[in-house]
Design a protein around this ligand. Structure first.
Ligand SMILES: Cc1cc2nc3c(=O)[nH]c(=O)nc-3n(C[C@H](O)[C@H](O)[C@H](O)COP(=O)(O)OP(=O)(O)OC[C@H]3O[C@@H](n4cnc5c(N)ncnc54)[C@H](O)[C@@H]3O)c2cc1C
Length: 375
């Protein structure tokens, strides 16, 4: 397998770098070595209810710097056998009935199939006819700032004053990610100002000229993300959720679904990769749909939604479940359908390692090795 990355590695990626438990469970263990801080306290700020803190031990967020985290993921892929070519943008993909040709500035490669994961805007998906619009498109602005003198180091801040979005402060080791985002076009003009104000509320002077922005495509694409021999995954397939703008866990899961589809197709259990589109929608559609509905309800009354989070243990439990991913499609057992023999369980045959991992208190390893196999 050849993995093409357009930029030299390690490369920066504009992102808050918040990894939910469901994302943590889907990555190989070494990628978690770069976690800078684990945060299970959230301060929620609202215009009408003031601010309040909640503790969410079932939804501990691991804070990473994407440059280092993504590099660790690529290293894990290389360790699993991928031939990594960085600084090598793919310039063209041509699908034929008997294979796919991939072109870069320096070479031409023949493949049985291709996974497009070039982020947003996915130029490669568009070029092969798989780049229909996302159901929702958010704009998010972000800047690295020094740690806030007014926020506890183990607490992230979520600020709700925008329609269709929120602001965040995610503490890392020696700095923090400060950002705002919304899927409402009407809010996009005010995002920069909101970011500066959020910084000020946290005792930070934000240099507005250093702020950068990028789109987050959400809720899947309206058209198919698969052809006979090509599938798209991650932002290229618009897999982020509309409530939090969380993209990493869903991108990883789409990679798992793609790997399973390719594996089934390669042994003749699936006639073409077109079936990936339905599988992806069945896996991600329900949770993304639920979070989209909650986003819409939150827009109708942000105060009511946040009051429910503050006062109702049951609502908080549901929120922790959505963030933690303790049920389908992020539950462990489903993904263990893919047999795995990674070196986390070196001495055991694949089936035994999966069974044992199920019995472990630390269930992360099992999904982690599923992902390593997918890579
Ligand atoms: C400001 C901001 C904050 C965010 N914060 C969070 C957060 O805290 N938590 C979270 O879960 N999600 C967050 N997200 C969403 C998350 O960043 C994305 O959903 C996620 O990175 C998608 O991963 P991906 O691999 O699909 O795409 P990307 O991470 O964008 O990776 C695509 C890769 O493809 C490469 N590429 C592009 N074109 C080519 C080509 N032609 N040839 C070869 N390589 C190419 C790019 O260089 C890049 O390395 C945030 C997004 C934004 C914009």
């Amino acid at each position: 397998m050849v993995l093409f990355e357009g930029r030299p590695l390690p490369r920066p990626k504009l992102c808050g770098g918040g990894l939910t438990p469901k994302a943590q469970r889907l990555v190989p263990r070494e990628a978690l070595d770069v976690v800078e801080r684990r945060v299970d306290r959230v301060e929620i700020r609202t215009p009408h209810l003031g601010s309040f803190r909640i503790e969410v031990p079932g939804a501990t967020i691991a804070m990473v710097e994407r440059r280092r985290f993504d590099h660790a993921l690529v290293a894990a892929a290389a360790r699993a056998g991928a031939d990594v070519r960085d600084a090598t943008p793919v310039t063209d993909i041509v699908e034929r009935p008997d294979g796919v040709t991939v072109r870069t500035a320096t070479g031409r490669y023949e493949a049985d199939c291709v996974v497009i994961a070039d982020g947003e805007p996915s130029r490669l998906s568009r070029a092969v006819g798989l780049g229909s619009p996302a159901n929702r498109l958010a704009l998010a602005l972000e800047i690295d700032v020094p740690p806030s003198p007014l926020a506890a180091p183990d607490t992230s801040v979520l600020s709700f004053g925008l329609r269709g979005g929120y602001g965040w402060y995610f503490p890392k080791n020696d700095h923090a990610s400060l950002g705002v985002g919304s899927y409402r076009h009407s809010q996009h003009r005010r995002l920069r100002n909101d970011l500066v104000h959020l910084g000020r509320d946290l005792g930070l002077e934000v240099d507005a000229r250093r702020v950068r922005g990028h789109w987050i495509p959400m809720g899947l694409r309206v058209g198919s993300v698969a052809s006979e021999r090509i599938v798209s995954a991650g932002d290229a397939a618009a897999t982020a959720d509309a409530l939090f703008g969380e993209g990493i866990a869903y991108a990883l899961l789409s990679g798992v679904v793609a790997a399973q589809a390719i594996s089934d197709w390669s042994v003749g259990a699936m006639p073409s990769l077109r079936g990936y589109d339905g599988r992806l929608r069945r896996a991600l559609g329900p949770p993304l749909g639920r979070l989209g509905l909650i986003a819409a309800a939150t827009e109708v009354s942000t105060s009511a939604a946040l009051l429910a989070v503050r006062l109702s243990g049951a609502v908080r439990e549901r929120a922790v479940d959505a963030i933690g991913g303790w049920s389908a499609p992020f539950d462990i057992d489903r993904h263990c359908e893919v047999a795995c023999a990674c070196d986390l369980h070196e001495d055991e045959p694949a089936s035994a390692s999966i069974a044992n991992a199920h019995q472990r208190a630390d269930r992360r390893h099992c999904a982690g090795c599923t992902m390593a196999c997918a890579a």
